[in-house]
Design a protein around this ligand. Structure first.
Ligand code: GLC
Length: 455
């Protein structure tokens, strides 16, 4: 009897300590999964790179590339910044029409220019000929369209006097003798940087994502006083989610108990679902440019096709990931026409096939010559992408499904058994070549989706 009581007590203590974990530890796996639930459902977002660099139109690293001094940069761009065609509502509508559920805008990029009315610097939009606070207009426009609000914030600041220059690997003044013996006050920079993040988290209502960029070499985590900063951010914005680029103790910023909620592969799609060292799926989001540049680049016409964007999005979702697709508005504030064209075609496909993207993730199905599967637990979605011979075969599924239909128009698709290659008789066979269904050639040249409802 005594032994039973003891066992019960032990079990109870174990239960209590486990039950409390997610509440106590904001960086536990469980807490991160809970916070990122909406983000993992949303799957598709828009990245916007906008700043003074829209004027030179050679990308947001132009200062780095051309080693431009503050004086020259400011004279040419700060004094002339006037995106008079900027319309936050139009940006929000463009995202909405593309089927994007959230947007992340560069509140401040490495150049150090603030797109909001910061009280901590003069280097801000309200001191340019444009005068308006873009962040304010942006958050209001997104909320009106029911789109989640994300802000990108550069940890790096090439304009601030207390940011290292001579020995820094990226600074426009790297290796410049003028700055060799310069004394900087790092604490001053950190106070300023934290202060700016605090402004963004205090003055614009609910912020859904804070997207920090980036850590390198020694410039990571403790150098940024990241723990204190995140504590402040989470106090002001309890349900905010953070990317992993504050840098953790390891290399990914996604280690157990690290500060990042989601991983951020850049210009690449992971080979398979991203997991932690226990094999648990981790939230991730690939960020991708539509041409080859983040900031507006007048000379870069290497645009990705709508096909490639859709296939990439499906690929991400099939591996439990998101796609954050970038646009770089020009110096007048307009999203480039070519980007709008691609996004609107993507949007047409999303309108009909969004059910196979939102709230979906990986399935247990392998990848096939013809394409791949996404799943939301209730249905499997076969994405028939590549021209291919033969039907869709689901091994052992004959008794497990309710029905099959084309997702874009709801047409029923009858299933049959294949006389070839199925000695078990248990395989579900979708004969995509049946003339009566007109599924060959595929009705959607980009990606024809078959919804397979499960029992
Ligand atoms: C890199 C670049 C930056 C861009 C970002 C997007 O970190 O420094 O210009 O904003 O990638 O992920």
């Amino acid at each position: 009897m005594k032994k039973n009581i003891l066992l019960f007590l032990l079990f109870f203590i174990h239960y209590l300590s486990n039950a409390q974990k997610p509440i106590n530890n904001e960086n536990s796996y469980e807490a991160k999964m809970k916070r990122t639930e909406w983000h993992r459902d949303a799957r598709f977002g828009m990245f916007i790179h906008f700043g003074l660099y829209a004027i030179p139109a050679r990308g947001e690293w132009v200062r780095h590339d051309e080693k431009t001094s503050n004086e020259i940069y400011d004279e040419a761009y700060f004094k002339n910044f006037n995106p008079y065609l900027f319309d936050a509502k139009e940006w929000a509508r463009t995202a909405k029409l593309a089927g994007m559920k959230y947007v992340v805008l560069t509140a401040k990029h490495h150049e150090g220019f603030s797109l909001w009315d910061s009280k901590l610097t003069d280097y801000k939009i309200t001191n340019t000929p444009f005068k308006r606070d873009i962040i304010k207009e942006y958050v209001e426009a997104l909320r009106a369209e029911n789109i989640k609000v994300g802000l990108y914030f550069s940890l790096i600041d090439w304009h601030h006097p207390d940011f290292p220059k001579y020995n820094d690997t990226h600074h426009p003044m790297r290796g410049n003798e003028k700055y060799k013996d310069e004394k900087i006050n790092w604490d001053n920079y950190i106070t300023f940087m934290h202060g700016q993040v605090k402004e963004l988290c205090s003055n614009y209502g609910k912020i859904d994502i804070m997207w920090f960029d980036f850590s390198y070499g020694e410039m990571k985590s403790e150098k940024w006083k990241a723990k204190e900063m995140v504590q402040m951010v989470r106090t002001l914005q309890p349900s905010i989610i953070l990317n992993n680029r504050l840098g953790g103790d390891g290399t990914t910023g996604m280690e157990e108990n690290s500060l990042g909620d989601f991983d951020t592969p850049e210009q690449t799609i992971p080979e398979k679902a991203v997991t932690d060292n226990q094999g648990r799926p981790l939230p991730w989001e690939s960020c991708l440019t539509l041409n080859n540049s983040w900031g507006y680049n007048r000379y870069d016409n290497n645009w990705k096709s709508p096909e490639l964007v859709i296939h990439t999005l499906v690929n991400c979702v099939s591996k439990n990931g998101n796609l954050l697709l970038n646009v770089g508005p020009d110096a007048t504030g307009k999203i480039p026409q070519k980007s709008i064209e691609v996004l609107s075609e993507v949007g047409d496909w999303m309108k009909k096939n969004g059910k196979s993207i939102y709230g979906c993730g990986s399935s247990t199905m392998p990848r096939y010559d013809w394409g791949l599967f996404t799943s939301n637990g209730k249905s499997l979605f076969a994405h028939r992408i590549y021209p291919s011979i033969g039907g869709i075969v689901l091994k052992g599924y004959v008794d497990k499904i309710k029905r099959v239909a084309l997702l874009h128009d709801g047409t029923e698709i009858r299933t049959e058994s294949s006389w070839w290659g199925d000695s078990s008789g248990k395989n579900l066979y979708i004969n995509v070549n049946r003339p009566s269904y007109q599924t060959f050639p595929m009705p959607d040249k980009i990606d024809t989706v078959f919804e397979i409802e499960l029992k």
